[in-house]
Design a protein around this ligand. Structure first.
Ligand code: SF4
Length: 221
């Protein structure tokens, strides 16, 4: 049975040929490491902090920019909610497929569950229908329905997705509902069907996005 991550779905939607290189041929191309450095550090720090580990040494090793980003996250109202889990691997079945990914953190208060996603770069242009939003919300919803978390009292729940935009120190909050659950499931099954039935390698035409694609060298002759 095929399983898909939000990145796989996003890549196919962006360019099926890129999907072919990356996930079928499994060709990995070098990328600019510096772009991911800060994001990686903040994610690691957040995970240790939430788990209750001593992060004093790690905090001292941050540069000025990283310190500011970390302070934004530490002060964030959603990051201060009740901790359930972090770097949390979740998956669920929709139709004939498995979808899943790793949540930065899952938090809770007396009314809601919050899926947190820390962004040190840009937030999605259409966050409500971003594949990451849809996959994480569906997986969390199914998890809560099937096996209520031990740390949580009661069985009524609402789930919200929160993109924490650390660059601009603001939040993008997305609500979830039964209607959304059905809509997301339908949309995700459609894209999974498309990938499963695609004829690879697909022909690709040169577009503006090719200029930023790491596979350009092997793709465009
Ligand atoms: S170079 Fe363009 S066509 Fe080729 S994989 Fe990248 S985005 Fe797709």
């Amino acid at each position: 049975m095929n399983s898909f991550s939000p990145n796989m779905l996003k890549t196919f939607k962006t360019c099926p040929k890129k999907y072919y290189f990356k996930y079928i041929q499994k060709i990995s191309m070098p990328q600019k490491i510096s772009l991911f450095e800060k994001g990686k550090k903040v994610h690691a720090l957040a995970n240790y902090y939430l788990r209750g580990d001593d992060i004093t040494k790690m905090e001292k090793a941050l540069n000025c920019e990283e310190k500011l980003t970390w302070e934004h996250l530490k002060q964030n109202e959603f990051f201060q909610k009740n901790y359930i889990n972090s770097e949390y691997n979740l998956s669920c079945k929709i139709g004939d497929y498995w979808i899943g990914g790793r949540l930065d953190a899952l938090m809770k208060d007396e009314k809601n569950y919050y899926i947190l996603d820390y962004k040190t770069g840009s937030t999605p242009k259409n966050p409500e229908y971003d594949y990451q939003t849809m996959v994480y919300l569906l997986c969390t919803s199914k998890l809560l329905k099937n096996q209520p978390l031990k740390q949580v009292q009661g069985d009524a729940y609402n789930i919200k997705f929160v993109y924490i935009d650390l660059k601009n120190n603001q939040n993008v909050l997305i609500d979830f509902s039964l209607e959304k659950e059905q809509e997301y499931e339908k949309m995700l099954i459609e894209i999974c069907d498309k990938i499963t039935n695609a004829q690879f390698p697909e022909e690709a035409e040169y577009t503006a996005q090719c200029d930023f694609c790491e596979y350009k060298k092997i793709c465009i002759k």
